[in-house]
Design a protein around this ligand. Structure first.
Ligand SMILES: *[C@@H]1O[C@H](CO)[C@@H](O)[C@H](O)[C@H]1NC(C)=O
Length: 231
């Protein structure tokens, strides 16, 4: 009985404490004067059970260092639009720091022509789960491997430090870890389809077989929040 309570407490704690790709506390992606972002529209690029689009990567859509996210991914130009402000959702603010889908990010990177051709990544607000998802799929997808390398380079994460962290986590979570990993793989694949559904056919090969799924996914995405989550 007490063991169950401890496990329940550990689960609560784990879902409370979001970390960024550097392993420190996840900071808000949008801030005052910017449109409020996040799948839950709380400013954070957080994981939720419903966020199958995996909007975990915070990028600065106002930066001019690389190809514009909207044009590179072939979406309508919501990147330079205004939406509810971070501090007052009734007022309008320009879209600036924004949580984009980790699969869209991989596609964006590929189409932009490399890691030095993209807009700024806001590392302290980019969710660790994106890095973990990339790590899980890097071996089976060159585009995901590129996205992993890019995220690590942009956020100055050394491969050695990361390997040590993964090793420490595996030891700490030995009993539950295995079940968790196998359960999350189908979810991630589902997320990739959802994300591609939002106008992101470029870059990742999508067969005609996916066309019907794409249509359903888009409806699901558009239901997800005000004006949909076109990212
Ligand atoms: C929020 O914005 C609306 C629309 O601009 C304004 O009427 C309202 O006073 C603002 N609320 C606060 C608390 O600033």
């Amino acid at each position: 009985m007490s063991k169950l309570l401890i496990i329940a407490a550990a689960c609560l704690q784990a879902s409370d404490a979001y970390t960024n790709v550097m392993g420190t506390e996840l900071e808000s992606c949008s801030g005052p004067g910017m449109a409020r972002t996040g799948f839950m529209r709380d400013g954070h690029c957080t994981e939720t059970n419903d966020d199958r689009g995996s909007h975990h990567i915070c990028i600065d859509l106002s930066s001019t260092s690389g190809g514009n996210f909207c044009s590179v991914t072939g979406q309508p130009d919501w990147c330079s639009s205004e939406m509810g402000c971070h501090e007052n959702y009734s007022a309008q603010c320009p879209v600036e720091n924004w949580c984009v889908c980790q699969w869209a990010f991989a596609s964006y990177l590929h189409n932009a022509g490399g890691c030095d051709k993209i807009q700024d990544v806001v590392c302290e607000s980019t969710n660790m789960v994106a890095l973990e998802a990339y790590e899980a799929q890097a071996a089976s997808s060159p585009h995901i491997a590129d996205a992993l390398a890019c995220l690590m380079s942009r956020c100055s994460i050394s491969a050695d430090a990361r390997a040590a962290e993964v090793h420490a986590n595996a030891n700490a979570e030995a009993p539950a870890g295995e079940a968790g990993t196998s359960a999350s793989v189908p979810l991630l694949l589902g997320g990739m389809v959802l994300c591609i559904g939002v106008g992101l056919t470029a870059g990742l090969a999508v067969g005609g077989r996916l066309a019907r799924k794409k249509d359903r996914s888009m409806k699901a995405e558009l239901k997800a929040g005000e004006g949909g989550q076109l990212s």
